[in-house]
Design a protein around this ligand. Sequence first.
Ligand code: FE2
Length: 328
Amino acid sequence: MTDLWSYEMPSEGDGALSFPCLRGNAEANVPGKGFDAVLGRVRKQRGDLSGLLAEHGALLFRDLPLQSAEDFDAFIAAFGWPNFRYADSLSNAVRTNRTDRVFTANEAPRSVEIFLHHEMAQTPTYPSKLFFFCELAPDTGGETPVCRSDKLLERMREEQPMFVKRCEEEGLRYTNVMPAAADSASGQGRSWTDTLGTSNRGEAEQKLDQLAYAWSWLANGDLKVTTPVLPALRDLPDGSQAFFNQLIAAYQGWNDNRNKGEKSVTFGTGEAIDARDLALTSQLAEEVTEDLAWQQGDVVLLDNFMMMHGRRPFGGKRSILASLIGND
Ligand code: FE2
């Protein structure tokens, strides 16, 4: 892959990222022409780019002439993949759409850490891939941690085989309380009306029944829901498996006025998970995690089945936009 971008192979052990960086060159940055050329190159190389993504779980595009949400939208469209609409999802996060397919990554306050997760793996429908775009890099912190779930699972099988066995055999269930009105102070603050696309209680109940959720209304108008049993592991195309779920984020991060992390996730039977197993899994994940420090204009493409992501707290302003890809 020459021209327009140079391709840097990941190198082990030298502190470099373990996934490829496709770095734009002078030709890519010719005013007026460079951006169209980049879009043409994506269209031509999307098969190769898909192959690289399947191998490494993530691709970083750096030094390309992307400046706005509209540029980001056009860049994503060049890949020709189906859009996965945030509005149709059961995501817990508060977000704001910037274009049809581009939205703010999460409106949670900057001091809030967003823990590692596979996007929407706590719901029955999830995207296959995600794009992130750095519109504005933060002054300090704000890295996006990324973690290969297949590698995490290998470590877990060594360190906590019985726990992995139970996750595999029993699956997981998630419980959360959705507020009646959006709570932007929380990473899980999306209202039930927005999440379920209706302000009518009967319609909300009908939708939850169709999805096989258990639910109950709280006196203050909030809605408590528990998912059906969802798998904790997922087979990857190369025959390996990933720890594909929302366990770490739910346990560590689903804490707000309505929710308590350690009560948010159980085995599929409803039985509580031992806090020591949850803590060990979180620790093993940190050991295989690397932090991506953003530069303005960066685009990252993640395979949602292989790679978890999160957000470190930050100082100053930070704007990361996101877009989701459906299943082919
Ligand atoms: Fe996310």
